[in-house]
Design a protein around this ligand. Structure first.
Ligand SMILES: N[C@@H](CCC(=O)N[C@@H](CS)C(=O)NCC(=O)O)C(=O)O
Length: 210
């Protein structure tokens, strides 16, 4: 049994649940005692961040480290390609998600409630368009669900929820639309999105009064 410390809206926790669902690993989701960053939580997870896991007493934070760990400890089904170049391309997508796309989505969490910084919202909307264009160049030949892909369905969902609120006109390249459709056809992605979407929608509604 794996304990996953998480809060309901956490993007990176949803990413890890896709991995655990695919691997058929039993997990329980627990709220960080005192909230993330609290001293009480840091007694359990020194980094104080979510997501984090405890597996047979082994504590680990940071979703990428956790995903790689899970893939090694529960190797079936394998979520990194056997071929070195395909594996490197999967990791390239993962880094792109975690360092280029998701941070721009995250930057908008403070802009959903009224009283927005219109210039920031417009700049970030243009940047998300740029990122989607860049992603089109990273998904060529994509096959199956790898560790490099599991963050994207979650960030795409938030982009969908934020765009109408922020007035973004986004230009999704065909290659990214095809990639997204392929990811969302995966049963474990569907399972996680079905369980996660209500939390994301409720969060947006709580900010917009919708
Ligand atoms: N790179 C981290 C990012 C996780 C993250 O940003 N978590 C936020 C909550 S959603 C957090 O714990 N923030 C507190 C902090 O950074 O101290 C990962 O992939 O796990």
């Amino acid at each position: 049994m794996i304990t996953l410390y998480s809060i309901p809206e956490s993007l990176y926790s949803a990413k890890l649940r896709i991995v655990m669902r695919m691997k058929g690993v039993e997990f329980e989701v627990v709220a960080p005692p005192g909230g993330y960053g609290s001293n009480a939580y840091k007694q359990v997870v020194p980094a104080g961040t979510v997501p984090a896991i405890v597996h047979d007493g082994f504590v680990l934070a940071d979703s990428e480290a956790i995903a790689e760990y899970l893939n090694e400890v529960f190797p079936e089904p394998q979520m990194l390609p056997g071929d070195a170049r395909a594996r490197a391309k999967a990791r390239e997508r993962s880094r792109f998600h975690d360092t280029r796309l998701e941070p721009e989505v995250r930057a908008m969490f403070g802009q959903i409630a009224p009283g927005r910084n219109d210039e920031l919202v417009a700049t970030k909307g243009a940047l998300i368009n740029t990122r989607l264009g860049q992603l089109a160049g990273l998904v060529e030949g994509h096959q199956g669900l790898t560790l490099g892909d599991v963050g994207f369905p979650i960030s795409f969902l938030w982009i969908d929820l934020f765009a109408p609120v922020l007035g973004w006109q986004l230009d999704w390249p065909d290659a990214v639309l095809a990639y997204r459709a392929a990811l969302q056809a995966d049963p474990f992605v569907t399972e996680e999105l079905d369980s996660y979407r209500p939390h994301a929608e409720a969060w947006v509604a709580s900010k917009t009064g919708g």
